[in-house]
Design a protein around this ligand. Structure first.
Ligand SMILES: Nc1ncnc2c1ncn2[C@@H]1O[C@H](COP(=O)(O)OP(=O)(O)OP(=O)(O)O)[C@@H](O)[C@H]1O
Ligand SMILES: [Mg+2]
Length: 463
């Protein structure tokens, strides 16, 4: 039975004489090194062993023969008949032939060649990626699922002044400015924040977060982040927006001067009448008062655009906000023989993050444009749809529409087709929507009407 098991086993096995020659071997062993049984008769263990590993095997075998041990195990390299190297875990044990009482040795080899190749491949690719990480100017980090640093590439020294070793094990969000803590997330995304340098100062960084999913548990076990210093970019951005703002204010001053000149004409006339000593009816004074009010409102609008008030971001129910704007807007529409209808999809009211005054301004601009586009009788339909990812408001009018080639001009400063339009309404709206991570788009058919679609991401994903 032993003989059968020995010969049929897929595990390469040999029986070795005390003088290190092969007495018997199974088929698997012949295959392992590529020799036939007959060829093995002329071979010793030394001739099929890797020269660097033979000596250790030989010493262990001698201890076994002397009886100081009863078996040994080692990982050992062999030379295949074709010259290639095979790796195996060799286990040699002492056995006794019951019939003759001879002491022999049983060698069993677990073939590790394939495993070694894979391992070597992994080691090489790890070395390659490590080389990339170590020489990248971006800061590449690995974090555990709680946000502690497991690996940090050396470029952190140049950007933030820390040695990677001093941060290993630390909670990574501790490096983020206290006011920017709300960017801390366990989602895959790109975030910007101020990062604390070792000397206590802060610089702007942009970080892309990727989750590492464990193959076995399918759970997120680690995070990889790639961070870049964007201090310079932030500074130029700020300079740009400042100079853009200045340019806009300059151009707007011209528009405002133009707007103010119109109401000044009746005021001037009224003063001239007063001067000539004529009796002036109270009707005239109310006209003058109206014109002065108009100047006042133009100026205050100009000021809010030129010097935007601080934005307060809070959770907002768009449903209620739309109701409010429509309520203010309806009388104006009604007087112009136009109608504004609000249609809701009637689901739960999920919130978005935003500044309610700015958002009101956006809807007011868009409603006003729709109203302006309707020449005579008409209606504006406002719909609110709650999608899975975003909340979507559509403002649909049946007005004059926009020629296809002009759609791309919409939102550019001072693009207006209206006699009294400033062409700033949609530019400001685009800006506000962008600050809310939202989008706006126009669809239009000349003579039929226009649909403006505005969408915003929710504060939180649907549970
Ligand atoms: N619903 C619409 N239907 C047709 N044209 C539109 C519509 N909305 C915008 N437009 C076109 O886009 C242009 C720019 O709009 P925007 O709101 O920026 O400026 P405006 O309405 O002309 O001026 P302001 O808003 O400053 O009074 C308008 O002049 C108009 O030609
Ligand atoms: Mg407008």
């Amino acid at each position: 039975m032993f003989r059968d098991i020995f010969h049929q086993s897929g595990l390469p096995q040999v029986i070795i004489e005390p003088d290190l020659t092969y007495l018997e071997m199974n088929h698997a062993f012949c295959e392992f090194l590529g020799y036939t049984k007959e060829e093995y008769e002329t071979l010793t263990i030394e001739s099929v062993s890797h020269p660097d590993d033979f000596l250790l095997d030989y010493r262990q075998f001698q201890r076994l023969v002397k009886g100081s041990i009863t078996e040994y195990e080692m990982v050992k390299r062999y030379i295949h008949k074709n010259g290639s190297i095979k790796t195996g875990r060799l286990k040699v044990s002492r056995i006794r032939d019951r019939a003759t009482q001879r002491v022999l040795y049983l060698g069993q080899v677990y073939d590790l060649t394939e495993f070694t190749k894979i391992y070597e491949g992994l080691r090489q690719s790890e070395q390659k990626y490590r080389l990339l990480a170590e020489n990248s100017s971006d800061i590449i980090c690995l974090h555990d699922s709680f946000g502690h640093f497991l690996y940090i590439s050396p470029s952190i020294k140049a950007e933030l002044g820390y040695d990677p070793e001093e941060l290993i094990g630390c909670y990574s969000p501790h490096l983020i400015h206290p006011e920017d803590q709300d960017v801390v997330t366990f989602k895959e995304q790109t975030i910007t924040f101020r990062a604390k340098r070792k000397n206590g100062s802060y610089i702007w960084m942009e970080t892309t977060i990727k989750r590492v999913i464990n193959d076995e548990t399918c759970a997120c076990s680690q995070f990889i982040t790639v961070s870049r210093n964007i201090q310079k970019r932030k500074e130029t951005d700020e300079l740009l927006t400042k100079s853009e703002k200045l340019a806009i204010v300059g151009q707007m001053a011209a528009a405002v001067a133009h707007e103010i000149r119109n109401p000044l004409t009746p005021i001037k006339g009224f003063i001239q009448l007063l001067n000539s000593g004529m009796e002036v009816s109270s009707q005239y004074s109310s006209i003058v008062l109206n014109e002065i009010n108009r100047i006042e409102s133009i100026l205050s609008e100009f000021l809010t655009l030129a010097k935007p008030t601080e934005r307060k971001m809070e959770a907002i129910c768009v449903d209620e906000l739309l109701e409010q704007v429509i309520q203010i807007f309806s009388p104006q529409a009604f007087l112009a023989n136009k109608e504004i209808i609000f249609q809701k999809s009637g689901r739960s009211n999920r919130k978005i993050k935003g500044d309610s005054n700015s958002l009101k301004q956006v809807f007011y601009n868009v409603f006003q444009n729709a109203l302006d586009a309707i020449e005579e009788k008409g209606r504006i339909m406002v719909t609110l749809e709650e999608g899975g990812e975003v909340l979507c408001v559509r403002v649909i009018d049946n007005g004059c529409g926009i020629p296809e080639e002009r759609i791309k001009l919409i939102g550019e400063p001072f693009y207006s087709t209206k006699e009294k339009g400033t062409g700033l309404g949609l530019m400001t709206s685009y800006n506000i929507i962008e600050n809310h991570d939202g989008t706006i788009s126009f669809e239009s058919k000349e003579g039929k009407g226009t649909t403006v679609t505005i969408s915003f991401p929710y504060v939180e994903k649907e549970a």
